[in-house]
Design a protein around this ligand. Structure first.
Ligand code: SF4
Ligand code: SF4
Length: 126
């Protein structure tokens, strides 16, 4: 069942997306960061590369791709424009969580904890 977002949650999520998008405002789309991204090396898809993430976040269509990033910061070390990719990814993830579109594993963990289980799905609390 889908939970309706409160006005406050909607505003917070929109603000986070604006902030994430603003982080990529200096990105020149040069693609230098792609060569060092471990996720891109494995998946070989532009949309999981740091540059792809930037384009997608800027267009506010980031609902799947920001989940793949490992937050390793390799792209940030390579970036000549000092784009803080990980900060943008974290803000986008936070926005997704507020919109109830977070990672399924995280949602399950939160549900388990609310139901008195620990994060490993074991040990009902007394
Ligand atoms: S921080 Fe994310 S986008 Fe950047 S290189 Fe690492 S996995 Fe790729
Ligand atoms: S994040 Fe940096 S290195 Fe990557 S495409 Fe943008 S400007 Fe180039």
């Amino acid at each position: 069942m889908k939970t309706k977002l409160s006005e406050q949650e909607t505003i917070e999520a929109d603000n986070l997306l604006e902030e994430a998008s603003a982080i990529f405002s200096g990105c020149t789309n040069c693609g230098r960061c792609k060569s060092v991204c471990p996720v891109f090396k494995v998946l070989k898809k532009e949309e999981v590369s740091p540059r792809g993430i930037g384009i997608i976040i800027t267009e506010k269509l980031m609902e799947t791709v920001v989940k793949e990033c490992t937050l390793c910061k390799a792209c940030e070390f390579k970036c000549h424009m000092n784009v803080k990719v990980c900060d943008a990814v974290l803000k986008a993830r936070e926005a997704l969580a507020l919109k109830k579109k977070g990672l399924k594993t995280d949602e399950k963990m939160i549900r388990d904890i609310k139901n008195g289980l620990n994060m490993f799905d074991k040990g009902k609390k007394e």
